[in-house]
Design a protein around this ligand. Structure first.
Ligand code: BTN
Length: 255
């Protein structure tokens, strides 16, 4: 069994004068939950080698039992507004794509809003969570799970997920990967261009047919891009364009 919550190792990574404080735990329930409940400063990063109850999007579980994979959460500024949260989701996905290209020299793509796919299979997911105080955001935490070095994948997700090691045969030091990610992340965070203009370059499905899952219904659309605040633009069979902020693209397309 793992050690308890008070037992961590500490390191710092400096990127562009920002000091990221790393708290590395053997095992936690969820790095996001830990960061949300903590009073840790901005740019603290919680890492766990394993999570007992890793959180995924839409109330799902993020399987976190392989310490070859990377599970971390960054505490971010609390002066962001809801609009910039959508933007943060997208730029984090762009930063992950750039990091993976940088480290492994392979191309990966984004499945809206922020799954990272390698040849159509998921290798990374992002979960941005915020605590509210009245109608103000009080704490924003950015959680990332990346299937890096694991040499196997859980049976229940085998058909739609993979790991970078399984695909490339390469293993990487987790903290080295994190360091490279932070450089790309800060580059994107400081960038003030329009995120929607770059979507066609990063998206896995731009101008392709997708199955869109929303409120228990599934419908086919063509993906036409995103808006500058992160909504997905989809075109129905009649050529009518819609903007969607919630829901997701299924993995069932093409199967
Ligand atoms: C998704 O469903 O795609 C999002 C997955 C996010 C998983 C990461 S792992 C580190 C951090 N802590 C959590 O509990 N979840 C996120």
């Amino acid at each position: 069994m793992g050690k308890n919550n008070t037992d961590f190792s500490y390191q710092e990574i400096v990127v562009d004068d920002i000091i990221f404080r790393l708290y590395i735990y053997e095992i936690l329930t969820s790095t996001n939950q830990f960061a949300l409940d903590s009073s840790l400063d901005i740019y603290s990063i919680i890492i766990a080698n394993k999570q007992l109850k890793g959180k995924g999007r839409q109330g799902r579980t993020w399987i976190s039992d392989n310490e070859g994979n990377l599970y971390f959460t960054i505490v971010l500024d609390n002066n962001e507004n809801i609009r910039t949260l959508f933007r943060l989701n997208i730029i984090t996905a762009y930063a992950l794509c750039d990091t993976i290209k940088d480290v492994y020299s392979v191309n990966v793509n984004v499945k809206w809003p922020n799954d990272i796919l390698y040849n159509g299979k998921k290798i990374s997911g992002i979960l941005l969570e915020a605590k509210m105080e009245g109608n103000k955001l009080n704490r924003i935490v950015l959680g990332v799970g990346i299937n890096l070095n694991a040499d196997k994948i859980a049976d229940e997700i085998k058909n739609r997920a993979t790991t970078l090691f399984l695909e490339t045969g390469e293993k990487i030091d987790k903290l080295e990967f994190l360091k490279r990610f932070l450089r790309h992340f800060i580059k994107w965070k400081n960038w003030d261009g329009d995120i929607d203009k770059l979507w066609d370059k990063y998206s896995a499905y731009y101008n392709k047919e997708i199955s869109f899952h929303y409120n228990n219904s599934i419908e086919k659309f063509i993906e036409k891009g995103i808006t500058d605040d992160g909504a997905l633009i989809i075109e129905d069979k009649k050529g009518v364009l819609k903007k969607v902020y919630y829901g997701e693209i299924g993995y069932d397309f093409g199967n």
